[in-house]
Ligand binder design. Structure first.
Ligand SMILES: Nc1ncnc2c1ncn2[C@@H]1O[C@H](COP(=O)(O)OP(=O)(O)O)[C@@H](O)[C@H]1O
Ligand SMILES: [Mg+2]
Length: 243
């Protein structure tokens, strides 16, 4: 469960979030859409307290995260997987080492146990054969899949994706969408996916949230979303219509 209670946030003296208020229930799959600069990534960063609100409070699974100590927030974060826009892979570590990293850092598992877990997850994202390659040797889609494997390696309850298909061709994008759906089903995750891609949002999510000028202008199921009367939503939907 992720709950934002009337969140306000200024950056560089500009109000980026202006009273963002929502509840995402456990097990839901939410897509966040909105034009570039709408505050999507800023919203996501608040969910793991990489940013803190000026006003309002944030709850994860019923617990307010604003006042948690550093060790408490680290503990909370270990239950939340994040796939950042850049994939954020470590360039000097192999595919295997990147995916194993959270297990080395956050658990006391043996090398053998880690090998078993990582190998399984790499097979799952179809990258086992590539386990010794380095990020610079991978295609964009492969990098996203490594990011996905790493973000889920600690079996999180919540997973946040920041534009998982940006920069990918349509065929590869749909493959990533399918992988995300498979993850949701098998791990029963609460998922938040930031995307500019309406096709992804419609096929993956149970509800779509649209941010505009730091406010939520629509938050409803995909069917209602495409029928929304809000002019900004209509414009967004029409701009992505496939002819
Ligand atoms: N760390 C920061 N410092 C100052 N301004 C920022 C920072 N992060 C984001 N912004 C600004 O906040 C606005 C929203 O950013 P962001 O949430 O990244 O947009 P998007 O919806 O494209 O993900 C943008 O105008 C951006 O320039
Ligand atoms: Mg962004």
């Amino acid at each position: 469960m992720i709950k934002f209670n009337n969140i306000y946030k200024k950056l560089n003296n500009r109000e980026i979030l202006s009273g963002v208020d929502f509840l995402i229930n456990t097990g839901e799959v939410i897509a966040i859409v909105g034009q570039s600069g709408a505050g999507k990534s800023v919203t996501l960063k608040h969910m793991v307290r990489l940013m803190s609100p000026d006003r309002g409070s944030i709850e994860i699974d019923g617990e307010q995260i604003d006042n948690l100590s550093n060790s408490e927030i680290r503990n909370k974060r270990s239950k939340i997987g994040v796939l950042f826009q850049s994939s954020a892979l470590i360039q000097w570590l192999s595919v295997y080492e990147n995916v194993a990293l959270p297990l080395h850092q956050r658990t006391s598992k043996t090398e053998n146990e880690i090998y078993k877990i990582v190998s399984e997850r790499l097979k799952w994202v179809d990258l086992f054969e590539s386990k010794d390659l380095y990020p610079s040797e991978l295609s964009g889609g492969m990098q996203k899949r490594v990011g996905l494997a790493r973000a889920t390696i600690l079996n999180p309850k919540i997973i946040l994706y920041d534009e998982p298909t940006s920069g990918l061709d349509p065929v590869t994008s749909r493959k990533i969408d399918k992988l995300i759906m498979k993850l949701n089903n098998e791990m029963q995750l609460t998922s938040v996916i930031i995307t500019h891609d309406l096709i992804s949002a419609l096929s993956i999510s149970s509800k779509i949230m649209m941010l505009h000028d730091g406010k939520i202008i629509e938050f409803c199921n995909p069917n209602d979303f495409i029928k929304s009367n809000h002019p900004v939503v209509q414009k967004f939907v029409n701009s992505q219509k496939i002819l």
